[in-house]
Design a binder for this molecule. Structure first.
Ligand SMILES: [Zn+2]
Length: 182
């Protein structure tokens, strides 16, 4: 199995500064939110299945994909070359954090439930991390109910709906969070 340094070196070869940054960020998030326990794998900038999401985690191969559109500038820039300093680091960091929750859930035994978001293991991680981020939300496994032939999610008051759960933490950030660059 490749070490962190080997994977990072490889990422730098392919993605330059972006590769270096993303591995350093992964390590920071691992120490801050996952007790340094996540086992590192490849992290690439590319396409996600059907381009449906900003990130993707493959449990079989333990690799994380960050959608290549995340590399694009938020605002038009006259720079001819797109540089790391233009990257919306808060946004990418949140996408990475989301994929790292999948990574952790998989590495501590996997999940059982409706899908990779709506299950007890993922929900527990969301609640744990929301506290650490000081985000005031609550997640619960969502049941579905059918009334007059229509199936709708039964979301308890004050809890994340399916959409928000699938997009934690970016669904739960304050409006301006991604535009106040730190
Ligand atoms: Zn996900």
């Amino acid at each position: 199995m490749a070490t962190f340094e080997e994977l990072k070196t490889n990422a730098i070869k392919v993605f330059g500064n972006f590769g270096a940054w993303v591995f350093d960020e992964w390590k920071k998030l691992n120490d801050t939110f996952f007790y340094g326990e996540n086992i590192v794998g490849e992290i690439i900038w590319g396409s996600t299945p059907q381009d449906r999401s900003l990130g993707y985690y493959s449990p079989d191969k333990n690799f994380i994909v960050l959608h290549k559109t995340l590399m694009r500038p938020v605002y038009p820039t006259s720079d001819l070359t797109w540089k790391l300093r233009h990257l919306n680091k808060r946004k990418v960091s949140d996408v990475l954090l989301h994929e790292m929750i999948h990574q952790r859930v998989h590495q501590i035994g996997g999940w059982e439930g409706e899908n990779c978001h709506n299950n007890g293991q993922f929900v527990n991680e969301v609640n744990r991390i929301a506290k650490l981020l000081d985000i005031d939300i609550k997640a619960k496994v969502i049941q579905w109910k059918t009334i007059h032939g229509k199936t709708t999610p039964s979301v308890e008051p004050g809890c994340l709906n399916p959409e928000e759960l699938s997009n934690f933490p970016y669904s739960s950030r304050s409006r301006n969070y991604y535009y106040e660059q730190s």
